[in-house]
Design a protein around this ligand. Structure first.
Ligand code: ARG
Length: 602
């Protein structure tokens, strides 16, 4: 049977259209799957295992299917007496493709070298079509990214900064990959603390008039003062607890006070989002409140909810403490809300993938209610099946003393102060460099913001998110090394090379031709084409640092190319200018996905 299939090769036409959008890995996988399908009996699935070569002297990519297939075919295909002979047959059966220059095998591993002409053509195609046309396609239609999610009446701290930055990047990468993303701000706008806040508000403004924002001013101070009253005065405490009941019963006066407090917080949060260029849609904890009883009833009917020490809980296998869904006093908590929000996102919003971005400290909470949802049959038991939930945990931000990041007064650091400082420092550098004489005040401000905020974001994103990192302005604002400042300047320099050439690249894209003759040109071209699969990987693993690594390596590859290959005035000028443009385009797309605003001159 197998021999017959191999014979089919001669009248076999490739079904892959060349230059079809998609990552290199996908395109290669498609080719190899054509061949593998001919080799394997129908019942075997033939997912091509394609990975970049560890050692580039062997090739660009590796296909590792021969070993596995050999084992599966044992006895059924006596003509293959080892994985190596099978690997050779896989190569022989590959459909004709301009993509592949050559293949070689070692011990059943297949190494693939891509054709430089094909790489050159594809880079040019990417320029002409736009990078979007090359975006990866994920098996997900709609995703919820639950991120930022600060708490009302409390300041957004650096932890929320991490969630905002990481969540925004994940949302951008998914959006780029053709996923519809619901960006959700799961604001902490409900809970017993509102009793004391409202009661304190009434106490300070007894006439019942709604105070202006200025009158409350700093909500965090207001929160602390009300907490003091709550802890120190039993009569106040009693009233505050009564206020919670009135609020939950929906009494007008209480609802109004609650809404007012939320509104003040919201304005503060909005200011931060605006500066960071982050867009979110608020569906706070209170939004899910009306749905909680129904969802708990569903779980109750499945007999998942048990009575324990007066509370109502869900026992989770392997966990000593159960998940409390109704507290002893009958109130709901963080977990009841999260279970309900999950139910809503699956059933009302029809999300295939729900992603939560919080500090790693909350891992247990997420694991518990994810398991509860699996037990209820809301989610498949298998990890990689959809609908899927993922907790994107991140580490702490540390001060330069390696302790938790705090200011001298031991208060947690305020987010806006950090952004202000980053901008100020960047502006100082620009002024030192004499830009004040060349640029308008607005240009100075815009550049300082792009570089300053970009530096803060990049310093966060470049680390594997699960680790702690040290917040250091000196490090992040260094214009050498792996920083946004370095990368933004590198990009601006490329733009200036193109500008100074006096050529119209838009026109060259169509009339010129990219040729990758020099080794450093080939490396750069190949790296450019890997962009879609890097985004795809960063989306799948939810690790934005993968994209940062790619961007940094790309700029290193560019530097090597630019050092060794003369651009302006050389015989290869057109091709090399197009390579410059392609690099700038891909860098800008990376910046965009990382939430960083590019600068064009320095
Ligand atoms: N408000 C929470 C906090 O500040 C984060 C909420 C995260 N989202 C969620 N669905 N639990 O820690």
């Amino acid at each position: 049977v197998l021999d017959e299939k191999i014979e089919m090769k001669h009248n076999y036409k490739p079904s892959i259209k060349l230059h079809k959008a998609g990552s290199l890995k996908t395109q290669l996988a498609n080719l190899f799957e054509e061949s593998l399908r001919l080799m394997a009996p129908e019942e075997l699935d033939v997912n091509a295992a394609i990975a970049p070569c560890q050692n580039p002297t062997f090739g660009d990519y590796q296909c590792n299917n021969a070993m596995g297939l050999y084992k599966k075919l044992k006895g059924k295909a006596p003509q293959f007496n080892n994985p190596q002979s099978l690997a050779e047959a896989i190569i022989k059966n590959l459909p004709a493709s301009e993509m592949i220059d050559s293949c070689s095998t070692i011990k059943g591993f297949i190494n693939v070298k891509l054709s430089p002409d094909w790489i050159a053509m594809s880079v040019q195609k990417m320029l002409v079509d736009g990078v979007e046309a090359w975006a990866p396609r994920l098996p997900v239609k709609r995703a919820v990214v639950d991120f930022s999610s600060p708490n009302i009446a409390k300041e957004m701290h650096v932890g929320h900064l991490r969630s905002t930055i990481i969540g925004d990047t994940i949302a951008r990468m998914l959006e780029f990959s053709n996923v519809e993303v619901l960006r959700r701000n799961h604001v902490g706008d409900w809970g017993t603390q509102f009793g004391m806040l409202i009661e304190f508000l009434f106490e300070k403004f007894p006439s019942g008039e709604v105070p202006s924002d200025q009158a409350i001013g700093d909500l965090e101070t207001f929160y602390k003062a009300s907490k003091q009253r709550f802890d120190g005065d039993p009569a106040f405490k009693e009233k505050a607890q009564q206020a919670v009941v009135s609020l939950q019963a929906g009494e007008e006066k209480y609802r109004k006070a609650w809404a007012h407090i939320c509104e003040i917080s919201r304005k503060g949060f909005e200011r931060v989002y605006e500066r960071l260029g982050v867009h979110l849609e608020e569906k706070g904890e209170s939004f899910y409140n009306p749905y909680i009883p129904r969802v708990l009833e569903l779980l109750d009917r499945q007999r998942l909810i048990k009575e324990s020490e007066g509370a109502r809980v869900i026992f989770i296998e392997g966990k000593k403490i159960p998940l409390i869904v109704v507290k002893r006093d009958g109130g709901y908590n963080y977990a009841s809300t999260d279970l309900t929000a999950l139910w809503y996102r699956l059933n009302e919003e029809k999300a295939d993938w729900i992603i939560y971005v919080t500090d790693v400290g909350q891992r247990d909470h997420f694991e518990m209610f994810f398991t509860a949802a699996k037990n209820a049959g809301w989610l498949p038991a298998e990890k990689d099946k959809y609908p899927k939930v993922s907790h994107v945990g991140f580490g702490l931000v540390l001060g330069e003393d390696k302790k938790r990041f705090r200011t001298r007064s031991t208060e947690t650091v305020k987010l806006v102060d950090l952004l202000d400082e980053a901008k100020t420092k960047c502006k100082e550098v620009l002024v030192e460099r004499g830009k004040a004489a060349e640029w308008t005040e607005e240009e100075l401000d815009k550049t300082a913001e792009a570089v300053g905020y970009g530096a803060v974001k990049y310093a966060d994103l470049k680390n594997n998110r699960s680790t702690n990192y040290i917040f250091s302005f000196d490090q992040m604002l260094d214009d050498r090394g792996n920083t946004a400042v370095y990368l933004l300047y590198a990009h601006a320099r490329i733009c200036s090379i193109i500008r100074k050439s006096g050529k119209d690249v838009e026109e060259l894209k169509e009339s010129g031709k990219i040729v990758l003759a020099h080794a450093d040109e080939r490396v750069l071209g190949f790296h450019l084409l890997q962009f879609p699969e890097v985004v795809e990987e960063a989306c799948t693993t939810l690790l934005p640092n993968t994209l940062c690594e790619y961007l940094y390596n790309l700029s290193e590859d560019f530097t090597r190319f630019y050092t060794n290959c003369q651009v302006v005035g050389s015989a290869e000028e057109t091709s090399r200018l197009l390579l410059c443009e392609a690099t700038a385009v891909v860098m800008r797309k990376c910046f965009y996905l990382l939430g960083i605003t590019p600068v064009y001159k320095i």
